[in-house]
Design a protein around this ligand. Structure first.
Ligand SMILES: [Zn+2]
Ligand SMILES: [Zn+2]
Length: 712
């Protein structure tokens, strides 16, 4: 048997880069020992059994080897495509060339056009930039001597004068060891330019990351979903869940029940939050964020009515300076052809096509490796080791690929669309929570028909309705072009309407006044009652009585990963709202009721257009929520009227540098039947055409008038 293993080792190309490494050898001996243990049994059972087992093992080894080769090929072509992606993405970031294509933020372009996060583009651009300075490393990567993971580790530390030593080290050691050494040498990538945007060291916002989970009834999760949306609205930009949680906790403290004193830790955390808000605002002014920097400061204040936000809420608005970090800008002027945004876009789409077909393939093969523990056949003790050392992709990426792979297998249509690259990575992730056998085809068709922004809205809408109304609410896509009003907001509106019938309101009103004295003064105080919604009435009303709370089932949970201090702050907030002996989720429900009531009642700008358009830029795919302008589709100078159907909420950047410079065109009737053209050019069709949030690739592109400089 041991001789078989020896022979089996013959086909396995010795991992070139780890030839000298003891760690990998240790991993291999594990297999060796397992094989030796097994080899004792055939002697007792006779030769026939031994032959059979030997044949099976050979077959397994051959199978594993074939898989391994295919995986390596797929990962290598994926890495090559990623390098190309980085080179082109860097060019597109230079001078914000994506704005010429009709997008205000790189993240919007990446999501809508390429189906990836901006982080993916930034990470690839970072590697491309670093490789430019390291020709020897680049050559080794092009010869496929280095995996993507090795290149990233080397790029984090190497400089032109010591790249050769780092290259030698990369060849001689494991990726894990290499990453460890690199991190020890330059903890934050200092001295080697900006840090790797994709480096995951288990921290968020340079603090240890912690996951918070709270089990609760589904209706509380519906409140949570709506509170997240409101937090983004208040902050004026899309927020990660943990940033929203931070704002929710801070707001909860300011309206905490009478008699509860702030714990020191909470005070410190609130100060920290305010400080970070200041520093990110400052960074935003000086650095890069396209939506908020030079563009918006140039806007005259009377033309730029600030939406929604009360001063105290604004003070806790957090930035995303870290997430929108732009790659370094080179001073060398690129050639005209190389910097044409439309040509760059075509190259990016082509590179993404290669990645989109490689990734599902890698996921599919990885699933077999994991299910059958085939990594052991290659001498690796764990799947993570195999993925990192053999394939050179990050374990986080591998698990994400596996997760999507497993989920898409639930349905043939979904699996096929994903395999063929017909739905992007971002779309697949967006759809995972709602897709089942009965609705997969409908959701895939929907993903193809609308912007990713709208798709995410529809998924959120469906999930919120499901949480609020239970299994009665279908998971199917809502009707195309329908107006999506948050089910929680609907419930609030309905309950406000019935407030006059005193009996219905008493318990909820008492909850409201107990939870927040501020809300008690506001006319909409009674609107905290979340739930005159017919199908869920029993679930929603009178929910603050301890007895009913004890009867409710915690069948779902909310969870988010956040810096430890934010988790601590959130827990403090819950403690401030917790009743003696009451379950923890009840405090969560009270916190959410408080912030929703407060934010719903916060005075807003009176412009009905902003409210209609959801306090967000209405240009397809745009995620801007602040500095909204009221744009007249048919310019007033051309006889356009003030009717609401002629007006739309657009962000300052889109308004001044898109629509009124001719890069973006809008015509038709607001809000659903606006014809959009993004990336308008004189020598060809616009890059993208939409009606509302619907993609309209065949839309006639000559019908709009030429570029105007008039006001509207
Ligand atoms: Zn916009
Ligand atoms: Zn205008």
């Amino acid at each position: 048997m041991s001789s078989f293993l020896h022979r089996a080792g013959g086909w396995r190309r010795r991992p070139r880069i780890r030839a000298a490494v003891g760690r990998a050898a240790v991993g291999r001996t594990v297999v060796g020992r397992g094989g030796a243990a097994r080899s004792r049994r055939p002697r007792e059972r006779g030769n026939a059994d031994g032959e059979l087992e030997r044949a099976l093992l050979t077959e397994r080894a051959q199978f594993a080897r074939q898989l391994d080769i295919e995986l390596q090929v797929a990962c290598r072509s994926e890495a090559a495509a990623r390098h190309e992606l980085g080179i082109v993405a860097r060019a597109l970031c230079r001078g914000h060339a994506y704005r010429r294509l009709g997008f205000v933020r790189l993240s919007d372009y990446a999501r809508e056009r390429l189906g990836v996060s901006a982080r993916t583009l930034h990470a690839a651009a970072w590697v491309a930039t670093r490789l430019d300075a390291l020709p020897l490393v680049t050559a080794a990567f092009d010869r496929a001597e280095l995996s993507w993971a090795q290149v990233r580790a080397v790029c984090a530390v190497a400089r032109p004068d010591d790249q050769e030593q780092w290259l030698a080290r990369a060849r001689a050691t494991t990726v894990e060891e290499l990453e460890r050494i690199a991190h020890a040498v330059r903890p934050n990538g200092a001295g080697a330019g900006a840090a790797d945007p994709d480096h995951d060291d288990g921290t968020i916002d340079s603090e240890a990351a912690l996951r918070l989970r709270i089990a609760c009834p589904a209706r509380v999760r519906a409140l949570w979903r709506y509170a997240l949306e409101l937090a983004s609205r208040v902050a004026g930009e899309p927020l990660a869940a943990w940033r929203a949680a931070e704002i929710i906790a801070a707001e909860a403290f300011s309206g905490r029940p009478a008699g509860v004193s702030l714990v020191d830790r909470a005070v410190l955390a609130c100060m920290r939050l305010a400080r970070r808000s200041d520093s990110t605002t400052a960074a935003r002014r000086t650095v890069t964020d396209p939506a908020a920097s030079s563009l918006t400061t140039s806007v005259s204040s009377e033309h730029s009515p600030e939406p929604t936000v009360a001063p105290e809420s604004r003070s806790v608005a957090t930035g995303q300076a870290g997430a929108t970090r732009e790659p370094e800008r080179s001073d060398t002027a690129p050639s005209r052809a190389a910097s044409d945004p439309f040509a760059l876009d075509a190259r990016l789409v082509a590179a993404m096509r290669a990645i989109r077909t490689s990734e599902p393939r890698i996921g599919r093969l990885l699933r077999i490796v994991v299910d059958k523990h085939l990594y052991r056949t290659h001498g690796f003790a764990s799947f993570a080791d195999y993925v990192r050392e053999r394939l050179g992709i990050s374990i986080r990426k591998a698990w994400a690929l596996l997760k999507v792979e497993r989920s898409t297998r639930r349905d043939d249509d979904f699996a096929q669309a994903y395999d063929e690259g017909a739905i992007s990575w971002v779309c697949a992730l967006t759809l995972l929570p709602v897709v089942d056998r009965t609705n997969a085809a409908a959701w895939i068709a929907r993903a193809d028909a609308v912007t990713v922004r709208r798709l995410a809205d529809e998924v959120n809408y469906v999930l919120e309705a499901r949480d609020l109304c239970g299994a009665d609410a279908p998971l199917d896509p809502p009707p195309l072009d329908s107006v999506l009003v948050s089910p929680v907001a609907q419930a609030i509106a309905t309950s406000t309407a019935v407030t006059s019938t005193a009996a219905a309101a008493t318990s909820a009103a008492s909850v409201a006044s107990a939870v927040t004295s501020a809300a008690a003064a506001a006319p909409s105080a009674a609107s905290v009652q979340i739930g005159a919604h017919a199908p869920s009435q029993t679930l929603l009303t009178k929910f603050d009585t301890g007895r009913r709370a004890a009867l409710e089932v915690c069948d779902v949970e909310i969870q988010f990963t956040a810096p430890v201090s934010v988790v601590a702050l959130f827990r403090e907030a819950l403690d401030a709202y917790a009743g003696p002996g009451a379950p923890r989720w009840l405090a969560l429900a009270r916190v959410l009721q408080h912030v929703i009531t407060y934010w719903e009642a916060t005075p807003r700008h009176r412009d009905p257009i902003f409210a209609r358009d959801g306090w967000r830029c209405i240009v397809p795919g745009c995620s801007s929520r602040r500095n909204l302008h009221d744009h007249h589709l048919r310019y007033r100078s051309r006889g356009g009227g003030n009717a609401r159907t002629n007006r739309s909420a657009v962000c300052a950047a889109h308004h001044l540098h898109g629509i009124h410079t001719g890069v973006v065109r809008a015509s038709g009737t607001a809000p659903r039947a606006i014809h959009w053209q993004l990336g308008v050019r004189s020598d060809g069709p616009p890059l993208l055409t939409y009606v509302g949030d619907r993609r309209c690739p065949d839309a006639c592109w000559q019908h709009a008038p030429g570029a105007e400089q008039e006001t509207g």
